[in-house]
Structures are given as C-alpha cells and as structure tokens.
Design a protein around this ligand. Structure first.
Ligand code: ZN
Length: 392
C-alpha cells in the first residue's frame, strides 16, 4: 500500500497513533514489513509483547531474534535514527515532512514553535534528520557535469559576494565546498580544506566517469582536467554565467544560490563544524526536487535505518583550526609527492592513486563524510556554546 500525504495536515491525521507510525516505519525499512534482526541480520524472529506500561507503547510490536547465537530483543526503531528517542514518532514524521519540503530549510526556532518542542530539541531533531539525507551508496556521474566551488558559513554571509576571493589567505569561518552536478541528474557536494587543484581534481577524477564533459569556470585549479575529460571552461560574466546553450554552469549556480539563501536567510549562522550537514541537506533536496512531498517524506524514513547520530558525536569533536589546516596541507603535499600519481597510465592505476589520496584527505579533514559512509565527529564545546553561536 502506498500511503500518499498531500499535506502536513493529512500526514498528522494519518499518524495519530504511535502504533501506526511504527507499522509505517517497519514497512519502509524491512522488505514487505518482515522484521530483520538489526543485531545479526537474521529473519527468524519471535514477536513479543511490549512490557512498557506507557499508553503510546500499547500494541506496539517488539521482537526477539530466534538465532541461538543472538537472541537479542529489538523493535522497528532499533538501529534507526529514532531509537531511544523521547520524542513521539509522529513529531519526528512532521519534522521530516517540514524539513524535506521547505525549499530553504527550517530553523530550529521555527520548528520548535511549529511542533511544540524546545528549541534545543528541534536543533537536534533537524541535525538527526540531516543524517538521513546523507548519501551512503556513492555512484559515478557521467555525461555533462558542471563543477564549481563556493564558500559558505561564518557570520558575514554576504561578505564575499565575489566568490573568487583569495582562498590562499584562508578563512576561519568559511568552509570551501566543491559541487558537481550532472546535467539532468544528481548533484554531489564535498567539504574541502581549500580550492586548490590537488584537492579538487582527485575528487572530480573519483566521481566523474572518464570521457565525460566537465564544465567549470576559469579557476586555475581546474587546469589539467582535459587529460581525463572533455574540459570546457566558461567565463563568469556579470549578471549571467551563460555563454552557450550547452556550456554553462547554471545548475550548480542555482544550487549554490539556494544554499546561500537558506544559510543566510533561514539558518543565519552556520558554524564551520556543521557546514557539511547543511550542504548535505540542500544537495538532498536538489536531488529529490521532482518528488512530491509525500515521496520525499517516505524516502527519508527509508533512510532512517542505521543512521543514528548520537548527541555526543554531534557536539564533541575537533574544530578545524586554520593553522592546523595549513600544517596538514603541507604534510599532505609531501606525502602526495611520495605517492605514485601516474600520468598516461591505466585508469585503474589512476583510480587507485586517487583513492589513496582521498583516503589520506579524509583522515586529515573528515571530508570522507561526503565520500564514504565513514565519518569523523564534528563540533566542540558545550551545547550552549553552540546555541550561542547560532545567534538567533
Ligand atoms: Zn539476531
């Protein structure tokens, strides 16, 4: 049964009971709704009764794994983003519907008012939903690809109207983002330490099929792409970036524009440690732009499995320090020199070398967040500091 929700009201009406929410979740994360043990993957399970006396847990099915080596208890929420959450599933569902259908996103303060939860809770709910937006099955782009870089985050969202500001000077507040958009297809974004060729090109090599058309602006960092791709450079004219019917970067520019409008207008301030969560959010909406609100909602619930984001992970992790970045880039350059980066060799050899380099980058900066499901924690300091930084 496909459940279609035309509006938030219809969604709220349908998900009145926790039981209905749980059954919907089970259908989305398990094939035909048949329970699978999240601890060992066994499909042989016993259905048990919930011992909870809470009215919301009444008639909610729970299970015990029938595998003798496992025998663990679980429910549909085990291993999902909703596990051990004190917030009712219907509130989560409403939040998912709102966040996936709001073009520029929704601030935690607005969400808290709409759902009747505290702002602190809304902030965390928003970040956990963004976890479900993360792409975990990387794929290759092909055909015509627009590649571009931009700078987001920080307190002075409007300062760098000209995106060609001197990235070599660095910026504590802003993060560099590389974006790739397949014409008529999907977009990918990557948080990168800077916009230099040795950072951008390996990612493009890794994610774009050989022989594709790659359109970029005239930034020097893209020079040399013509060894692997049909590289087209377009000039950024004032007011319009269009130079030819096919050769333009309008799609990626649109994505950047929405991202920036959202960050400046809705989120107001995004601390550097969290920029990747917002780029993921906007990329997800771009990729599902043709889906109905109901489809966006359902797809997101399907992604709730195995995406738990612990509060401690969200707030306890290293900040990227400018000097540290410089030091690390220096170290990486030396390491890269030692790495064989074969020219005019087989694609396989190039891919191997690229992967090795990306792995290295990922370890240093946590950018494999966007490259592989493995992630590094972000954030630093207490939650209250974080809220203060948000400057509502
Ligand atoms: Zn099991």
């Amino acid at each position: 049964m496909v459940t279609e929700f035309k509006s938030l009201i219809e969604l709220n009406d349908y998900f009145k009971e926790e039981k209905t929410c749980i059954e919907f979740l089970a259908k989305q994360i398990w094939k035909d709704g048949q329970p699978v043990c999240p601890h060992c993957g066994s499909t042989k399970v016993y259905t048990t009764k919930s011992r909870s006396t809470k009215p919301s847990k009444k008639d909610v099915p729970e299970y015990r794994c029938a595998d003798k080596a496992c025998t663990k208890k679980f429910s549909a929420t085990t291993g999902t983003i909703f596990e051990s959450s004190k917030i009712p599933l219907r509130t989560w569902y409403a939040a998912i519907f709102i966040l996936t259908t709001s073009k520029k996103g929704i601030s935690s303060i607005q969400l808290s008012v709409q759902l009747g939860i505290s702002q602190k809770t809304a902030w965390f709910v928003n970040h956990r939903i963004r976890e479900m937006f993360r792409e975990t099955a990387p794929h290759m782009l092909s055909g015509i690809i627009e590649a571009d870089e931009t700078y987001v985050g920080g307190k002075n969202g409007n300062r760098h109207q000209n995106k060609k500001y001197d990235y070599t000077k660095g910026d504590d507040e802003k993060m560099t983002v590389l974006g790739l958009v397949e014409r008529g297809g999907r977009a990918m974004t990557f948080i990168v330490p800077n916009a230099k060729a040795e950072i951008l090109q390996p990612i493009i090599q890794e994610r774009v099929e050989q022989g594709s058309v790659v359109i970029t602006d005239s930034l020097n960092s893209y020079t040399g792409l013509n060894e692997t791709f049909q590289h087209v450079t377009v000039k950024h004219e004032k007011g319009s970036y269009r130079t030819d019917r096919h050769y333009h970067t309008n799609n990626i520019e649109n994505l950047w524009s929405t991202l920036k409008k959202g960050i400046v207008g809705v989120y107001q301030f995004v601390s550097p440690q969290h920029v990747h969560r917002y780029t993921t959010e906007f990329t997800y909406r771009y990729n599902n732009r043709q889906d109905s609100g109901s489809e966006k909602f359902t797809l997101t619930v399907q992604n709730s499995n195995d995406r738990r984001l612990l509060y401690s992970t969200l707030i306890n992790s290293p900040k990227i320090e400018k000097n540290l970045v410089r030091k690390k880039v220096g170290e990486l350059k030396r390491k890269k020199k030692a790495l064989p980066m074969p020219k005019k060799k087989s694609m396989q050899e190039m891919e191997d070398a690229t992967l090795k380099y990306l792995e290295m980058l990922g370890k240093e900066f946590g950018i494999n967040d966007m490259i592989s499901p493995k992630r590094m924690g972000w954030g630093d300091g207490t939650f209250d500091d974080e809220l203060e930084n948000l400057q509502f």
